[in-house]
Structures are given as structure tokens and as C-alpha cells.
Design a protein around this ligand. Structure first.
Ligand SMILES: C[S@@+](CC[C@H](N)C(=O)[O-])C[C@H]1O[C@@H](n2cnc3c(N)ncnc32)[C@H](O)[C@@H]1O
Length: 267
């Protein structure tokens, strides 16, 4: 599965933040919930004034860039990602911020002693990890007893209409589209063996897309993540089809399913 292919993820998809940023941009431009997912995520954290935390798969640290004013002086956050390009982007984004240390770490092998952190978080990344039981065991190991684990992910129907357009457009995509192995529907049973009190909170949102180009950039980034890498010719033809569609209908409504698992390490 390309979504879990370490070499592909490191050297292409997450070599730098450009594919991820194309996806974030579509959400920033056309999401109907004005709160914004990163503000909502922060609202779910119940973090004490003084707290040590570890983030896995932090990407370019967008969560922290967007919530910098809400970071307490007593927090010590270790942000990690296995991609050197993402680590560099996070370091650049948070340069001079005293609360953060950025390190290159694979979620399946955490180089920290047992019971180091009050909080561990892993957002939109567990579906990339081939050995999730091992990563979840590592997360439980480095958490202090009573420590919290937070993990955002998507549902199986997330962005359904976008994937339908891609499947209808091209049979190759129909065969090779991304299957997500850690979702809102199947994530709970995967987490439960390692933690107590697993809870799921949902973020209500949708997209109302009115421009073609950000959608094309999104599709391009997703087609790379599937087992089908579309040619520029196909993307050009799809762009023409979408432009006609948006001219006719004015807007494309798209379902979004996002949520956060919250779990606790037994005392
Ligand atoms: C979809 S991005 C999410 C980034 C960020 N958490 C966010 O929500 O914007 C997935 C991130 O996980 C990282 N990643 C994938 N597999 C990983 C692994 N085994 N260990 C650590 N990071 C990994 C990728 O490099 C990428 O930055």
C-alpha cells in the first residue's frame, strides 16, 4: 500500500510540505465551519500549565503555528516527524520559540525512556504507520501513568464527493484509490488494547468549493498518494471538466468527517 510505503512517503509525498499544504489550503479556503480545525483541536486538549508533550508526525507544525498565542510558558513540546523535510519546515516555522524541540523520529521506534511525557499526540498520521500496534505500544510506553493520547483522523466517507469525481473520471483511479487503514470507524478498536477510556469527538464541517484550481491541486496531491500517479494530461482534462461543472452549478458541496480520539494511559 502506497499510503504506508516508507520510501515513497519519505522521498516523494512528504519530502517537503508541498502536498500537505495543497490539501490544507483547500480546507482553509472552502470549509463551512468558521471555527477552523486547528482551533477546535486545541479546544479539546485539557493540558495543565506545566506539561511535557510529544507529537508524532508533526508535519510543518501547522497546529502550533496557528495556536502559538495559546501555548503556555510551562509547556515543553517535542515535535517529531520521520521526514527530514518536514522536520526542517517545522524548525523554520517555530524558530526562536522556546517551548519547542523538533526531532526526526519514526513513530514505531521512540527514542525516549518509559513514562517521559504527560501527553502524546499523533494527528492524521497513524494511517501511514505500517506497524500501528507497535507505534501504539510505544506511545503507551513513553506516556506517564494517567497521561493523555490525542489522535485526529478522518472517516471512511471523508471528502466522498471529491473521490467520486476522481473515480468517475478515470477507471485507473477506481482501481487504485487510497484505502485508509486508520479511520474514525475502525480506529477505536485499534487504540483500545493499549489505553483506558477511549473517547471519540467529532468536528462538524463540510466544504463548499467554488474554484477549480485549489481542488485540482488537492486531487493531484491525493492521486500521488494512491497507487496511481496521474499524468499531467489527465489532470488537464479533469480541470476542464470541473470548470464546466462549477460554471453550471456555482458550488461543489463536499462531505467532511474529522474527529479526535482521546485516550488515557491506565494509572
Ligand atoms: C498527513 S501528514 C499530517 C501532518 C500533521 N500532523 C498535520 O496534521 O498537519 C502525515 C505526517 O506524518 C509523517 N509520518 C508518516 N509516517 C510516519 C512515521 N512512521 N513516523 C513519523 N512520522 C510519520 C509524514 O512525514 C507527515 O508529515
Amino acid at each position: 500500500m502506497k499510503i504506508q510505503d516508507r520510501q515513497y512517503l519519505l522521498t516523494q509525498q512528504y519530502k517537503d510540505p508541498s502536498n500537505l499544504n495543497a490539501r490544507i489550503r483547500l480546507h482553509e479556503l472552502f470549509s463551512t465551519n468558521p471555527q477552523g480545525i486547528h482551533a477546535w483541536m486545541f479546544d479539546q486538549f485539557a493540558l495543565p500549565e506545566n506539561c511535557t508533550m510529544l507529537e508524532l508526525g508533526c508535519g510543518p507544525a501547522t497546529l502550533w503555528q496557528e495556536n502559538l498565542t495559546r501555548v503556555s510558558a510551562g509547556w515543553r513540546a517535542t515535535l517529531t516527524d520521520f521526514s527530514p523535510g518536514m522536520v526542517a519546515a517545522a524548525q523554520q516555522a517555530l524558530a526562536g520559540q522556546p517551548n519547542f524541540t523538533i526531532e526526526q523520529v519514526d513513530a514505531q521506534n521512540l527514542p525516549y525512556p518509559d513514562a517521559t511525557f504527560d501527553v502524546v499526540m499523533a494527528h492524521y498520521m497513524l494511517y501511514h504507520v505500517p506497524d500501528r500496534p507497535r507505534a501504539l505500544a510505544e506511545i503507551a510506553r513513553v506516556l506517564k501513568p494517567g497521561g493523555k493520547f490525542y489522535a485526529m483522523t478522518i472517516g471512511a466517507q471523508h471528502l466522498k464527493e471529491i473521490f467520486e469525481i476522481m473515480r468517475d473520471f478515470d477507471s485507473e483511479w477506481r482501481e487504485g484509490h487510497v484505502h485508509t487503514p486508520f479511520t474514525l470507524e475502525n480506529g477505536g478498536p485499534q487504540i483500545a488494547p493499549f489505553f483506558s477510556n477511549v473517547e471519540l469527538r467529532l468536528y462538524e464541517d463540510s466544504l463548499a468549493i467554488t474554484e477549480t484550481e485549489p481542488l485540482i491541486q488537492y486531487m493531484r496531491s491525493m492521486s500521488r498518494l494512491s497507487d496511481v500517479d496521474w499524468t499531467d494530461e489527465k489532470i488537464t482534462a479533469l480541470r476542464a471538466q470541473l470548470e464546466t461543472r462549477l460554471t453550471q452549478h456555482g458550488v461543489l458541496h463536499v462531505r467532511k468527517d474529522n474527529g479526535m480520539f482521546i485516550a488515557e494511559k491506565a494509572q
